[in-house]
Ligand binder design. Structure first.
Ligand code: GLY
Length: 430
């Protein structure tokens, strides 16, 4: 098969790495890709949001299947464009991608279909927001309605921080039109977990559970980011509980979207929080999570390509996707200044000389080449990933490898998986 992956981050590098292992693969292209991806795929200089150019490329190169990494091209209608030209694509159409493209749509959809989620109010201006915050108390969650590259959620802890957050939305207009409407939501307490499944519009095939670490700094401090690390399994969700979430959340989404004439075909991602009152949905994404995909794909035993091809054709013949029992970890090395103003152009001198450690994979996220030297070119720069017999071993290997890679100001959380390990050891001791 001739396959095109759209995107340029660590998730797309991990996807290309996995697809490259498929015996069904003839040609692999990635647009626009990055220097790491260029080692496993032919990179094509078309940006992810240039959907007509991507479709022209797929026609010219007789691409059988296109797999979309990031959300933006999906919300712009990439899957509609490809399907209208009878090109194979795995990803939801524009109307179904609203589940991520509009937080207000997602919230109202959950309310219509009885999917558990935090109480919330939709507001358009400062006064309404202040009133809603008084109703829910502090901390309170503010979410931009539209896409904001993972940065559109603010959690003010008190009145002063609320005023600053509302300035960001309504005065600075930090999120542009995405922040014209915001959701003010009750803050929930519990462990966060990600559950991703593949949908062909009716059936669902769950992937292994995972957990990501969204705050920039240790102990869940600092600003929200796209994700500073992940592991799979999540360590906080048993198989029985994951099955329960499939029934109470994922299946109602797929059946509800079909009922509303927005059939969901693609990766369905639920970001959940496990509260005392049961799991609640924090957000839906219409794609693989980044950096969750890196950990999940490292554990994937089966060939991904035939499953995605079946999904693109609208019918899964595969009944179950199998994962190895081992654990996998992904650590994100981010640039100084991430997430607001990442410093670009720093050479990563140590990358070429980093020792190879068994079970370690390094995926490129925001890198570029400058005269043969890999340099930083985005917020999240590299993903240092590892597998191990269990979470402790995978973490040890990943931190060992990450410790060898440095550039000025690189940011690495040092506590990925730590709380989960503590919970696991206190459970086994009790
Ligand atoms: N890691 C969260 C996301 O991909 O949105």
């Amino acid at each position: 098969m001739r396959v095109l992956v759209v995107g340029s981050g660590g998730r797309e590098h991990a996807l290309c790495w996995k697809l490259r292992q498929s015996p069904l693969l003839d040609e692999l292209y990635c647009a626009p890709g990055n220097p790491g991806i260029a080692e496993v795929a032919d990179v094509v200089s078309i940006q992810a949001e240039e959907i007509k150019k991507l479709a022209d490329f797929a026609v010219d190169l007789k691409v059988d299947l296109t797999i979309v990494g990031p959300e933006l091209p999906l919300t712009l209608g990439l899957a509609d464009e490809f399907r209208s030209r009878e090109l194979g694509v795995f990803g939801p159409r524009k109307q179904a991608a609203e589940l991520e493209g509009s937080k207000v749509f997602a919230k109202e959809f959950m309310q219509r279909h009885g999917i558990p989620t935090a109480d919330s109010v939709v507001v358009h201006e400062r006064r309404e927001a202040e009133k809603a915050a008084r109703k829910f108390g502090f901390p309170v969650v503010l979410k931009a309605d539209g896409l904001a590259a993972g940065k559109g959620v603010l959690i003010p802890q008190d009145k002063r921080e609320l005023a600053e957050a509302l300035d960001a939305f309504f005065v600075e207009r930090r999120f542009g039109a995405s922040g014209d409407r915001i959701i003010v939501e009750r803050h929930l307490v519990g462990e966060e977990v990600s559950l991703i499944a593949l949908s062909d519009g009716r059936r669902l095939l769950p992937l292994a559970t995972s957990k990501d670490y969204k705050r920039l700094l240790d102990n869940d401090c600092g600003p929200n980011t796209g994700g500073m690390g992940s592991h799979s399994p999540s360590g906080v969700l048993s198989g029985r509980h994951a099955g329960d979430i499939m029934e109470r959340v994922m299946r109602p989404v797929v059946s509800g979207m079909a009922e509303e004439n927005r059939p969901f075909e693609g990766f369905l991602y639920a970001g959940l929080i496990l509260t005392e009152d049961g799991p609640q949905v924090l957000e839906f994404n219409v794609r693989l999570g980044d950096p969750e995909a890196q950990s999940i794909l490292l554990r994937l035993e089966d060939d991904l390509l035939p499953v995605l091809a079946e999904g693109a054709a609208g019918f899964f013949e595969t009944e179950r996707i199998r994962f190895r029992k081992e654990a996998a970890v992904c650590l994100v090395l981010a640039a100084a200044g991430y997430p607001d103003n990442p410093v670009k152009g720093d050479p990563i001198q140590t990358l070429a000389t980093a020792p190879e450690v068994d079970g370690v994979e390094i995926f490129h996220a925001g890198t570029a080449l400058d005269g043969g030297q890999v340099i930083t070119a985005g917020g999240r720069v590299l993903n240092v990933c590892a597998t191990g017999l269990n979470l402790r071993e995978a973490l040890r290997k990943a931190y060992l490898a990450a410790g060898e890679i440095r550039w000025p100001g690189a940011v690495l959380r040092s506590d990925v998986g730590r709380r989960v390990l503590t919970m696991m050891s206190s459970e086994s001791a009790s």
